[in-house]
Design a protein around this ligand. Structure first.
Ligand code: NAD
Ligand code: IPM
Ligand code: MN
Length: 367
């Protein structure tokens, strides 16, 4: 049997810094759990632009299509702000999502007990929080046509189009219902059916799909109210399903419930490949964090937990994913903190590699 293949795309800014810690963890699973991967590395984002003049080469795109799973760090940075839109670092990531047809983006927000005090919300609002946001990732206003900046009269007009087909809504809704079935069987769908036709269609299709999942309790909420409810009483939710743009914003808000954007992993899943595994890309929710890049301050946990999601969703290694998540929890419980998680006075923060080493030590202790 050949080992499963992993394509690693560290990207820009803190991407390579957090990915270096994930490499240590991948090596640990190879050495200690007999779980080896064929790992290859490629360029994406600004790093690919610097080397090849494009944020994603066709060769890397093809490698991603062939890989059993792709792990990505982050893309972007101020250095690339003035580039033409078509070659901006973010376009590389969007091309991966679109061409791999990764329509279902799972963004869990879990509040580890050790961090409940650290959230900007009151402890009892977030303690024990465990929600899953399912964001549609390959359509909506991110990709709808027409788009562009045109001249009209004597001024410019910026145009983007919110567009969803029934089948696009149907498939992401199904993936959210399937997840809800494996969790607390509660699904809240968020759109703005009060002002957008695409929202009316979204609500219709989700309601139709619900007939196939009678055990799941479905509710609907306008997305602006959803944002408010997420910070007011986030524990009312189990699974949330929403469109591409609302999902982008709501998941950043949910990240802060857990203490830091540096904690939140994600899985972007598509249809099953010939080998039965879903097409998949795993990445932290955060970006390249230019303000702290190169200083060894970045929290690698979001990226580490993204690998844990790969173990669970691509490689059928739920028990090993549990082991890795328990190791992260142990480090936090024992007071391990990167700078973004520091509230208390007098605690010295761990560096990025210090946090990676602490997770490895906790993994060793789990054997
Ligand atoms: P960001 O997520 O990079 O940073 C927001 C804030 O959170 C910053 O203060 C940053 O220091 C902090 N932060 C983020 N991740 C952290 C971590 N792991 N540890 C500690 N602190 C962390 O968002 P931004 O500043 O809006 O965007 C910067 C660049 O990243 C932009 O070019 C943007 O397009 C890109 N971006 C990329 C992705 C991605 O690759 N998936 C996601 C979001 C933003
Ligand atoms: C994310 C990011 C991306 C998005 C950007 C970098 C294209 O914010 O993954 O949340 O808007 O989807
Ligand atoms: Mn985002």
């Amino acid at each position: 049997m050949t080992n499963p293949s992993l394509l690693i795309l560290p990207g820009d800014g803190i991407g390579p810094e957090v990915m270096a810690e994930v490499r240590k963890i991948i090596d640990w699973f190879g050495a200690k759990r007999d779980l080896a991967f064929d790992v290859s590395e490629g360029l994406v984002g600004g790093a690919a632009y610097d080397a090849h003049g494009t944020p994603l080469t066709d060769e890397t795109m093809e490698q991603a299509q062939q890989a059993d799973a792709v792990l990505l760090g982050a893309v972007g940075g101020p250095k690339y702000d003035d580039l033409d839109f078509s070659v901006k670092p973010e376009r590389g990531l969007l091309r991966l999502r679109k061409e791999m047809d990764l329509y279902s983006n799972l963004r869990p927000a879990q509040c580890f007990d050790a961090l409940a005090d650290f959230s900007s919300l009151k402890k009892d609002v977030v303690a024990g929080l465990d929600i899953m946001i399912v964001r549609e990732l390959t359509s909506g206003i991110y990709f709808g046509e027409p788009r562009g900046i045109i001249e009209e009269g004597n001024e410019r007009v910026g145009i983007n189009t919110q567009r969803y087909t029934e089948s696009e809504i149907d498939r992401v809704a199904r993936s959210a219902f399937e997840l809800a079935m494996r969790r607390d069987k509660k699904l809240c769908s968020m759109e703005k059916a009060n002002v957008m036709e695409s929202g009316i269609l979204w609500r219709d299709v989700v309601t139709e799909v619900a007939k196939d999942y009678p055990e799941v309790e479905l509710s609907h909420m306008y997305a602006d109210n959803g944002a408010m409810q997420l910070v007011r009483a986030p524990k009312q939710f189990d699974v949330i399903v929403t469109d591409n743009l609302f999902g982008d914003i709501l998941s950043d808000a949910a990240a802060m419930l857990t203490g830091s954007l540096g904690m939140l992993p994600s899985a972007s899943l598509g249809a099953p490949m010939a080998n039965g595994r879903p097409k998949a890309l795993y990445e932290p929710v955060h970006g390249s964090a230019p303000d702290i890049a190169g200083q060894g301050k970045a929290n690698p946990i979001a990226c580490i937990l993204s690998f844990s999601m790969a173990l669970r969703y691509s490689f059928d290694q739920g028990a090993e994913a549990d082991r890795l998540e328990a190791a992260v929890e142990k480090v936090l419980a024992e007071g391990g903190r990167t700078a973004d998680l520091l509230g208390e006075e007098g605690v010295t923060p761990l560096s990025t590699s210090g946090m990676g080493d602490a997770v490895i030590a906790a993994l060793d202790a789990s054997l």
